[in-house]
Design a protein around this ligand. Sequence first.
Ligand SMILES: C[S@@+](CC[C@H](N)C(=O)[O-])C[C@H]1O[C@@H](n2cnc3c(N)ncnc32)[C@H](O)[C@@H]1O
Length: 357
Amino acid sequence: MHHATHQVSDESISEMLKAAAVVPTNQDSCISEEDYQGIFAKQGLRNAERLLQALADSNWDADPDQCCIVSVGGADGSELEHLLRKGVATKAVLVEMSGLGCGLARTRLERLAAEQPGITWLVAQGDVTEQLDCVEQFLVGLRDRGCKSIILSFQAVLHELPRRSPNYCRQLVLERLLYLFEHRLVYCCEPSTAKNWPKLVELRVPGVSPHQLTKVAEFLRDRLRFSAEAVLPAGRYVRMGSDLALEVLHKVLRSVDAREFVYECGEQLTSFDAGEYAGFLQRSFGLGVSVERKTSGSFASAYRRFNVHARCMLGETLDVPNSHSIVIAATPRQAAITAAPAPSWSPAPMPAGKHGT
Ligand SMILES: C[S@@+](CC[C@H](N)C(=O)[O-])C[C@H]1O[C@@H](n2cnc3c(N)ncnc32)[C@H](O)[C@@H]1O
């Protein structure tokens, strides 16, 4: 997100709470699409580099000519473009709700396909659940032309889908994207729960009174429907559950102004439990999984810049919390040579696509 130069104080939090009180739940009205997509403009390259590293670590050896990358919520397509340029695959799908992001992605992919004629791509504009028929038809075409491998990339989007995708069902989305291919890799990098913190923590943010920190924690607890846990001032500190504490820090330290705070109040950054998700991928799809927990550089620098102090109930200082998790799930090597199971539904007819070849 941003490298903020803003202050965090009782006054700034008071403005944030005032602004959020008059925008009940409709976050989309409080930040323009340009501003929102601008946040991710440079992120695509970093995301692609991280995914490339994960592929190398997983000994991914799929033939690029028989491999498709699907990026869900991949914003302006810069992640996909970089992966294609690096030769990971020759087929790519972007599923993205933002019209602005999709427009930029089409321009990128058209340009790339003109330079490298073997590239085949689809930009499916809209909600991922609603775009499944369109994407599935494109994938069926690839499968029929010999494509055997798929890489699914979810970066900073899975945590949003339960709130942003009507009728979202993670099992269905994954099944319909994966079933056609025998060789599969799912890569997720998401903000997540703080596993290196105990269940209860005490938090202090210099410049913010315990009273005001309590108010903003209670507001986020109620707005984001955290369990009805107590938020208790404890001297110069405020005691609360560790997920709520991490959520408060994400929102308060990293929103540069009240408008951004309001926007961020529309989603919970600590809803993704990487361990649970990895277990689900393993059980449901027989994939081999690994989970890595990390603290993003921008979160860590905000934490240090604002001199946040967190301690456990025994008074010991806690490390900077893990803010993100990476889950990598891939077909075990022996299983990749057996055919993928048949789907339990019939693919819908090919929709008029916004695709290129
Ligand atoms: C937090 S941004 C992450 C963007 C990019 N993956 C990154 O890591 O920088 C989430 C992206 O997912 C898209 N998105 C959110 N909900 C979506 C949905 N239901 N279907 C498709 N895309 C969605 C948003 O438009 C946005 O581009």
